[in-house]
Design a protein around this ligand. Structure first.
Ligand code: ATP
Length: 581
């Protein structure tokens, strides 16, 4: 758990895409754009209306000419001061309503995009082939779906903010054109030069975003490692080391954020100063060189006052969006990789096949990603229906790989899983899982009631079936608990003992009425009494359920009537069991 480098690229990072397409409904996007334009338009109209307002004051010098005069001629003749002020108030009310709509619609857009992104990611991850998805770091994936998706939401908000600012700037420019084309065009040229000068800082925001995505993943990993190993950390006296590793990542992330924020703030300050200088020069030119009438100049100054913070906001919004883009790129890349590894893509048949005679592996070879030697090398194994086989072999010999292939969880590189001698196609392989139950060494229960944990496996099971499964798994103790089936098991089932947990897991497996039950070191972590209870329960299943018992010794393995031994990926012996205990 030492501090890690954050420079690595996750295995799914290749070909990352940065598109928002498909995440946001087109109709809502158009609605948001239209509202933003209306807000901008109401601001522009308000400023142009300053001209007749000033005109009605009567001391403003020359009357406007050119296109402005034409626009003003559309107004009713000589509106009184009261009418003008009332119009302003109405405009402000309309703008307030539009701004409210823009804000709520913007938030809705953000949440829809993030909900769709997460849903697509989780759906793709669930459907991805385990051999591919097993290579992705869980903490990195969690970080993408928790932290990074919120960054994406903020980024989308910034993108929307940038669009709104841009729309207002566009309308402001149109208003300026109306008031004084010369001033407007000079301001546009000056503004474009200022925006161009910021290209490098926008690029820096993208790099910052990439760094932050990696640091967030590291933080998640470190937190998961630390909180998941509190007992180990205490017993090794590694509290300080763990805290220091966490601190190092936190510090790096904080420094990175402060440095980026400082760059954005510096840019904003410089932009304000550059904008103010530009505005001052334009006003000076307007008065001294171009002899612009005060009735036009005053609204122009009002326009500058409005535009300067807008430019500032546009720059900040755009940089924040750029910083969020790597998070979106990484999430879309993960989704792309998971969708490419979709094991159910061609699934048509969904009826779980049921063998009559045997379940077998025929010439199965498997090499895990990044490994030189195959985990399994042309393995043949026959499990006659109703038999109980113990599978032995040294650590790393390939026992769990055999179990995964028999259970239809992974597809071998060559060879096949067969039922009654018939090779399963990919669609049947997925459906076959319904007939298989797994019980692993580490019992996995969800933080819910025992009833909910059982119903998770078979949603339509009634109480009688659940009670029968519990009794069949030597878990009748549940019925004597004060809350019975409604007892909450605690996080990962920690409010129960290891043996109790495992017996509930066995009941959950039984509830599925499996054809094949795989017990992968299912009793290895238990005391002899608990193991004996599990073994007694499994003993009653013999003959009804085909059993594959992975393990070396103990009451459970003694139940087997057949034995297979794996050595370096090869089945070296398969025969009727002589002695398993
Ligand atoms: N996801 C994986 N990626 C890379 N290599 C893997 C992966 N899973 C297993 N292996 C390797 O494949 C070989 C067989 O592993 P497997 O888990 O099937 O063995 P096992 O007999 O069940 O071991 P153990 O009894 O220790 O659980 C081992 O060398 C292991 O390191």
């Amino acid at each position: 758990m030492a501090s890690r480098s954050v420079s690595h690229a996750p295995p799914y990072a290749a070909g990352s895409s940065r598109t928002l397409a498909g995440l946001v409904p087109r109709g809502r996007l158009v609605a948001y754009a239209a509202i933003s334009l209306l807000v901008a338009l109401s601001e522009g109209i308000g400023i142009v209306l300053l001209v007749p307002l000033l005109g009605s004051l009567g001391r403003t010098g020359a009357a406007p000419s050119g296109p402005l005069a034409r626009v003003l001629s559309l107004l009713p003749p000589a509106p009184g001061l009261a009418a003008m002020l009332a119009l302003f108030v109405v405009l402000v009310v309309v703008r307030a309503a539009l701004q409210f709509a823009r804000l709520t619609e913007g938030t809705r857009l953000q949440r829809i995009a993030v909900r769709r992104l997460r849903r697509r990611a989780v759906a793709a991850l669930i459907r991805a082939d385990l051999r591919q998805s097993g290579q992705w770091r869980q903490a990195e994936v969690t970080s993408l779906l928790v932290n990074e998706s919120e960054r994406i939401a903020l980024g989308i908000g910034d993108l929307a903010g940038a669009f709104a600012a841009l729309a207002t700037l566009g309308i402001a420019f149109a208003a300026a054109l109306l008031l004084s084309p010369l001033v407007a065009l000079t301001a546009l040229a000056g503004g474009a030069a200022v925006v161009a000068a910021y290209a490098s800082s926008r690029r820096r925001s993208l790099a910052h975003g990439t760094m932050l995505t990696a640091l967030n993943a590291e933080l998640h990993q470190q937190l998961a490692d630390t909180l998941g190993a509190l007992r180990l950390i205490k017993s090794f006296g590694a509290q300080d080391r763990s805290l220091a590793a966490l601190d190092a990542i936190e510090r790096e992330a904080a420094d990175e954020r402060v440095a980026h924020q400082a760059m954005v703030a510096r840019g904003q300050a410089l932009l304000l100063v550059a904008g103010a200088i530009l505005a001052a020069v334009l006003v000076w030119l307007g008065i001294r060189q171009w002899h612009t009438a005060p009735i036009v100049l005053l609204p122009l100054i009002a326009l500058f006052a409005r535009v300067l913070p807008l430019l500032d906001g546009l720059q900040a919004h755009w940089q924040s969006w750029r910083a969020a883009q790597p998070a979106l790129g990484a999430t879309l890349a993960l989704i792309g990789a998971a969708e490419d590894a979709d094991e159910t893509a061609d699934v048509a048949a969904r009826i779980a096949p049921a063998p009559d005679r045997e379940i077998a592996l025929k010439g199965v070879s498997l090499r895990h990603a990044g490994r030189v030697r195959p985990a399994l090398d042309r393995v043949d194994l026959v499990l006659p229906l109703g038999s109980a086989t113990v599978l032995t072999g040294a650590s790393g010999a390939g026992k769990s790989s055999v179990a995964d292939i028999l259970g239809g969880l992974i597809q071998p590189d060559t060879g096949a899983l067969t039922l009654d001698g018939r090779v399963l196609d990919p669609a049947e392989r997925v459906a076959w899982r319904e007939r298989v139950a797994y019980v692993q060494q580490e019992p996995i229960l969800f933080h819910a009631t025992i009833r909910q944990n059982l119903l998770w496996a078979v949603p339509d099971a009634d109480e009688t079936r659940m009670v029968a499964a519990l009794r069949g798994a030597a878990a009748g103790f549940v019925l004597d608990l004060p809350l019975g089936l409604d007892t909450v098991v605690g996080e990962a089932g920690r409010q129960l003992s290891g043996g109790e947990r495992q017996r509930i897991v066995l009941a959950r497996a039984l509830l599925r009425e499996p054809v094949l039950m795989i017990l992968d070191e299912a009793a290895s972590a238990l005391d002899p009494a608990s193991e004996a209870e599990i073994a007694a329960a499994v003993g009653h299943m013999r003959g009804r359920i085909t059993l594959l018992i992975i393990g070396h010794r103990g009451a459970l393995t003694a139940l087997a009537d057949r034995q297979a031994h794996l050595a370096e990926g090869r089945i070296s012996t398969t025969h009727a069991k002589v002695a398993a205990a």
